[in-house]
Design a protein around this ligand. Structure first.
Ligand code: 5GP
Length: 132
């Protein structure tokens, strides 16, 4: 089981932002900015472009809804989307509230937020997320 599968299953704690039967969204533990969120399929698949077209489409639509919630929770110019997958072999989309393109530089130093700040950020996104 990948670390992200364990997170989606609740076996490893995370700051949950949104979920449905198929997908799960939680805060990146080393955020580029406040509100930096990861979106994953519960199904274990490493490479996003190995996903079938239908599943990939549903994944993106779910990510879009999370992005809408992030933008409401953390006012920004746009929510940027990135897929790297160089560290964790479980497909995931990074959603980052951007004030400028610099916020999408994954070489930037990461923020160090307290547990309370992380929980507050996740709760804000959770509150804004519109469930099906
Ligand atoms: P990538 O695979 O996209 O290159 O990077 C993986 C991302 O997942 C990183 O931004 C890293 O901070 C995040 N990450 C790695 N392990 C954990 C974890 O256990 N919990 C959470 N919330 N994020 C993680």
């Amino acid at each position: 089981m990948s670390i992200f599968s364990k997170i989606a299953a609740g076996e490893i704690p995370s700051y949950k932002c949104a979920e449905n039967e198929e997908f799960y969204a939680f805060l990146d533990i080393n955020p580029l900015v406040k509100g930096h969120t990861l979106v994953i399929p519960r199904r274990e698949v490493d490479y996003i472009f190995d996903m079938e077209d239908d599943e990939l489409a549903r994944f993106e639509v779910f990510a879009k809804k999370v992005a809408v919630a992030i933008k409401r929770a953390f006012p920004c110019v746009k929510v940027g989307q990135a897929v790297l997958g160089l560290e964790v072999p479980h497909a995931h989309i990074h959603l980052v509230p951007m004030q400028s393109e610099k916020d999408m530089n994954f070489s930037n130093p990461k923020l160090s937020l307290s547990k309370e700040e992380m929980q507050e950020a996740a709760d804000k996104i959770w509150t804004e997320f519109v469930k099906e």
